[in-house]
Write a protein that binds this ligand. Structure first.
Ligand SMILES: Nc1nc2c(ncn2[C@@H]2O[C@H](COP(=O)(O)OP(=O)(O)OP(=O)(O)O)[C@@H](O)[C@H]2O)c(=O)[nH]1
Length: 392
């Protein structure tokens, strides 16, 4: 049994570490053209007590471009090879990802063949609550149709909600040489932007990423998409900068343990190899904890307050992982000589952790007061016997 499989099994039975996922596939909220608009309550946008409207990430693209695979690999630990057997999606799948207080959003996977602009399909309602629209283009296929679909989708979405972040995943690049990758990216970038310029919409900004589920590029790209939706990002980056500069650390990432999305890092540049090493370290820690960390009858999480790991690499670099919150881990890179001052690092880490908790606290307070406010508003509109009064 591979270590990846082991993790899958534990993940499946572990509430705290798994996503807030509405049942199995059959239980996904599904919307047909007819009932989408009327189902607002299910979407959580008209819920008067909803203390927080989660940013919504839409995954769109032509059929077989790889949308479901991306979702399954990043958020369900499916191994890339297993995606070969995924069936075509024929309904909109919505999933809540709220495994970490910072990473809290929804992903909507749209079936490729859906006629998105059918007049009975309320796309305005969908775009209005969207934080990021990921458009997946299959780089191994002819992308002319995908580009015209991208243009149509982006222009419509922008009209409804100009605040959406438009993210283009040039996907399945594993089959391409480095030169071909760059060439494709340049070509897609040029054509997509030319189309927008022809329509007088140069102000729409598209971000491009080269992705594949067969390496870490999909996690990296998703990290960047998610980071743009985290309002506390500058605060987190600042805290990380202060922490590393006072501890002799070279690079630090704040990771969401389950998805391996890094929600923040210090301001020095990220290189792919470092990121991959961090992902591998998290896998090792979770796998070992799953196998040896849980007692037989325990259903609890294999990741807790005690979770930490130190790995000495053969190039005099040390990797240091420590638990920050139930869902987040800090992974640092430092030189062996800096690690000699581990006491100092641990003390600084303690301060860093406290600061992160304060950021959480502020967020919770804001949420609570929002909830209270909306409850008050709601009760003002309701007379004592429970009948609703329509406000003038
Ligand atoms: N080589 C390669 N194949 C991929 C990658 N991502 C997905 N695939 C394959 O692409 C095929 C289609 O993937 P799906 O995830 O079902 O595509 P989809 O966009 O959800 O398709 P619909 O549900 O029909 O809209 C599957 O056989 C995947 O294994 C990738 O990064 N590289």
């Amino acid at each position: 049994m591979t270590s990846e499989r082991k993790y899958n099994e534990v993940d499946g039975e572990n509430e705290a570490l798994s996503f807030d996922y509405y049942g199995d596939d059959d239980d996904f909220d599904t919307f047909t053209d007819g009932d989408c608009g009327s189902d607002e309550g299910v979407l959580g946008f008209s819920d008067p007590f909803s203390c927080e409207v989660k940013p919504r990430i839409l995954l769109m693209g032509l059929r077989r471009s790889g949308k479901s695979s991306i979702q399954k690999v990043v958020f369900h630990k499916m191994s890339p090879n297993e995606t070969l057997f995924l069936e075509s999606t024929n309904k909109i799948c919505r999933e809540d990802v709220s495994n970490s207080s910072f990473v809290s959003f929804q992903i909507w996977d749209f079936p490729g063949q859906i006629d998105f602009f059918d007049p009975t399909f309320d796309y305005e309602m969908i775009f209005r609550g969207t934080g990021a629209l990921i458009f997946v283009i299959d780089s191994q296929d002819d992308y002319v149709e995908a580009l015209s679909r991208l243009h149509l989708t982006v222009t419509r979405a922008y009209k409804v909600n100009p605040d959406i972040n438009f993210e283009v995943f040039i996907h399945k690049v594993d089959g391409l040489s480095d030169d071909r990758k760059i060439e494709k990216q340049r070509d897609i970038h040029k054509r997509a932007n030319d189309d927008l310029a022809d329509a007088g919409l140069e102000r729409i900004h598209l971000s491009f990423y080269l992705t594949s589920i067969y390496d870490h590029s999909i996690f990296e790209a998703f990290s960047k998409v998610v980071q743009k939706l985290i309002p506390q990002l500058p605060t987190l980056e600042n805290l990380l900068n202060i922490f590393i500069s006072n501890s002799g650390i070279e690079k630090a990432f704040l990771f969401d343990v389950v998805s391996k999305i890094y929600i923040a890092t210090d301001s020095s540049p990220v290189d792919m190899q470092t990121y991959e090493l961090c992902c591998d370290m998290i896998d090792v820690v979770i796998d070992i904890s799953c196998i040896y960390g849980l007692t037989g009858d325990e259903v609890g999480t294999p990741y807790d307050k005690e979770s930490m790991a130190i790995i000495h690499l053969n190039n005099t670099t040390v990797m240091y992982l420590k638990e920050v919150t139930k869902f987040l881990a800090l992974v640092c890179f430092l030189r062996e000589e800096s690690f000699e001052r581990k006491g100092l690092i641990d003390y600084n880490f303690h301060c860093f952790k406290k600061a992160i908790e304060e950021v959480f606290d502020v967020r919770l307070k804001v949420q609570r007061s929002r909830k209270l406010l909306s409850q008050r508003r709601w009760s003002r509109q309701t007379v004592p016997n429970g009948t609703q009064v329509h406000p003038h």
